[in-house]
Design a protein around this ligand. Structure first.
Ligand code: GLC
Length: 689
């Protein structure tokens, strides 16, 4: 209660200020009050409220295994009983219209309050039509492309009975040892912002109520990409400056593009777990950014507050997470088991529960689920809108635009399709590693291998040798590969990471290509044949020996279902490569974390000066073999004189920079014009670019 020690006047004004304060607080950071929702909340028991704040794996629709750690797998009958009892408000990672309709029917016909279910899933880079991994698409430097592929992913996922995707992943990743680099847009904040917004617009489309609108979820809030040592789930020690300049902006761009949910991160930030941080999930997200939607915790992230040493037990964890602003609990079941008891014991205000329920119901209503509970559960759309030829064409275009040509000595590429090509390596005729991590709903049999792509493109003289496994040697593999190389005009080495070497919980201590593949490359290179190296990966790589020195070197990431056709388009020159690196390829693994826009330090290496007592390693300079933004094409471009619209750039103003760019080569090509600026003297040291 207000206690005034000041003059009477203050006390007499207070009663007038209370409504203003309350409305300001609500208006500032909360979803609008809706009479229908308020009426519903007033009828809900605390258990039904906790149910709306609970999302569980969709055992009913066969959630694929291996996506998350095994935890509390539910019997289908038990899960449907929970739906009927209003104890679960959302299911994830199932798909299919028929069973989706049945689950929804139970929710809206057999439960007491008939609140529709929300179906979520990890639709990260395509649904049935699998696009390149997000890191690969970022290499296109074409956000519009990412919007288009996200749009197709939304059309297909909503046709299969999914309303909501746990994407885009917008974590800025500056340490390539981290396996989840693959899921984002790389090391640069500006590119990250553009791709975050483009993917949200693509997923959600223009109308959240439309059948094919897929609700987006920028994740993982926040600073998950800054885990110490690049080791997944590790602690994050970070300054406010870096949080706000590097890790927050892509989330802000995603919310500005209309995202209505966010997913909280596993990691702690300076000792406070993100999924238990009121400062992060409420003061920043709602207080500063006015985010209006709900936050879903990452998979059992609320329960993990105990392992963090931040909660004493499940009840403590549930209370801390909800009060922090994590509105929905993913798969731990903690909210349904603990929140009603906490409220009954007076340890959690009902208003806090109501606020989270209000947010969730607001989003369900924004999707039109109350008026149209069978939205996105249409058997006709499921039969006619998934895996269309136009979707595969887009996958091929996206894959082509994701390829980055790093090196092309003597213009070895493009190849003559009449040449005798020896296709060597574990990824030349491989179907299992084309999709990359986080493809739950793609079908292997639809994908095009590199071998098949070359054949489809008319290559008739093709020898294929595996040479080695991805992480182990192959008995006789190198000998057979060397023999094939000697008989061919040119060698294409298809090497790289397997898809299980990238993604969640796949941090590596070294970002080199596995040793057996390196040995294969050295043996094949020793034949002296012209050599093209193709590198599949979910991260930047440290290239050594023959992989670094080959005539031509290509970064082709994980390109999705049309990988083989797209690579053939590039290798044979029907399309010129146009990709640029979204992550820097260092000289050495040990340089991690390395990123191009690092600070100068007081002792940078300066051309022309001694390199003693400078910022570098004994084994490597503080630089990249191939920096962010690098990429070649099959022609050359020259830049004419650069002109500025003004002699200086005011800190809060703009400046037009223009130059004439000329294709001076003999082939068509795409150039990605890049402009970098630097503030040379500032009150806080600034990046070198
Ligand atoms: C995983 C990931 C998250 C994903 C979620 C559901 O642990 O961290 O990105 O969306 O769980 O599968």
């Amino acid at each position: 209660m207000f206690r005034s020690t000041g003059p009477r006047l203050t006390v007499s004004l207070f009663p007038l200020l209370l409504p203003l304060f309350f409305m300001t607080a609500l208006a500032r950071a909360e979803v609008p009050l809706d009479p229908h929702i308020e009426a519903l909340i007033s009828r809900m028991t605390s258990e039904e409220k906790a149910g709306q704040l609970t999302i569980l794996q969709d055992e009913f629709r066969n959630t694929p295994p291996g996506v998350n750690p095994e935890f509390k797998r539910r019997q289908i009958s038990e899960l449907l009983a929970d739906v009927r009892a209003g104890k679960v408000g959302a299911l994830f990672n199932g798909q299919g219209v028929t069973l989706g309709r049945e689950a929804q029917r139970i929710a809206i016909e057999e439960s007491r309050l008939k609140i529709p279910l929300l179906f979520g899933a990890d639709v990260i880079h395509g649904f049935r039509t699998v696009f390149p991994i997000p890191l690969a698409e970022a290499a296109s430097f074409e956000p519009e492309l990412a919007r288009r592929t996200a749009r197709v992913a939304a059309i297909e996922a909503t046709a299969a009975g999914i309303h909501w995707t746990f994407a885009p992943m917008v974590d800025i990743a500056r340490d390539q040892r981290w396996g989840r680099v693959a899921e984002g847009a790389g090391e640069d904040v500006y590119l990250g912002k553009l791709f975050a917004a483009a993917r949200v617009r693509g997923f959600q489309g223009d109308d959240l109520r439309a059948e094919d609108s897929l609700l987006a979820t920028p994740k993982h809030f926040a600073a998950y990409g800054a885990v110490t040592g690049g080791m997944d789930y590790n602690t994050v020690e970070i300054s406010q400056q870096t949080l706000r300049e590097v890790h927050f902006p892509p989330f802000q761009a995603a919310f500005a593009a209309g995202a209505l949910t966010a997913m909280s991160a596993f990691n702690d930030i300076n000792g406070v777990p993100a999924s238990g941080s009121y400062w992060l999930q409420t003061q920043v997200l709602r207080g500063e950014w006015n985010f209006r939607g709900f936050v879903v915790g990452d998979y059992t992230a609320d329960l993990e507050l105990i392992r963090h040493g931040y909660a004493a037990n499940g009840s403590d964890a549930a209370r801390i997470a909800l009060a922090a602003g994590v509105d929905m609990s993913m798969h731990s079941g903690l909210y349904i088991s603990e929140l009603p008891k906490l409220v009954a014991a007076g340890e959690l205000p009902m208003a806090v529960l109501d606020q989270a329920v209000r947010r969730v119901l607001y989003v369900k209503k924004a999707l039109g689920l109350f008026e149209n509970p069978y939205r996105s559960l249409d058997a006709n759309r499921e039969a006619n809108q998934i895996g269309l030829p136009a979707h595969r064409d887009l996958a091929r275009e996206a894959a082509r635009k994701s390829v980055v040509l790093l090196r092309n000595e003597r213009n070895l590429l493009p190849l003559d399709k009449a040449a005798h090509i020896a296709l060597i390596g574990p990824l030349g005729d491989d179907r299992k590693n084309l999709f990359g991590p986080w493809t739950l709903f793609g079908l292997d049999e639809n994908s095009v291998t590199l071998k098949q792509g070359l054949i489809n493109a008319g290559v008739t003289r093709l020898s294929v040798e595996q040479g080695s496994e991805i992480e182990t040697a192959l008995e006789g593999g190198i000998e057979a590969a060397v023999a094939a190389a000697k008989n061919a005009d040119v060698v294409v080495l298809a090497l790289g990471e397997g898809e299980r070497m990238s993604g969640e919980a796949q941090s590596r201590t070294s970002i080199e290509i596995p040793a057996p593949q390196q040995a294969l490359a050295e043996a094949v290179a020793a034949t002296g044949k012209p050599l093209v190296v193709l590198l599949s990966s979910g991260r930047a790589l440290a290239l050594k020996g023959a992989l670094r020195d080959a005539d031509a070197v290509v970064a082709n990431w994980f390109l999705g279902g049309e990988a083989g056709n797209a690579l053939a388009d590039i290798l044979l020159g029907t399309h010129s490569p146009s990709g640029r690196l979204p992550v820097s390829f260092p000289f050495e693994s040990g340089q991690q974390p390395y990123f191009y826009n690092h600070r100068s330090t007081g002792r940078p290496v300066v051309p022309g000066e001694t390199t003693e007592f400078k910022t570098q390693y004994r084994e490597a300079r503080n630089a990249a073999l191939y920096s962010f933004g690098h990429g070649l094409t099959y022609t050359t471009f020259t830049y004419g004189e650069v002109t500025l619209s003004a002699p200086s750039l005011p800190w809060d103003g703009g400046l037009q920079v223009s130059a004439r760019i000329t294709n001076t080569g003999a082939r068509d090509g795409e150039e990605v014009v890049q402009l970098y600026i630097r503030d040379r003297v500032a009150s806080i040291t600034r990046p070198v670019r």
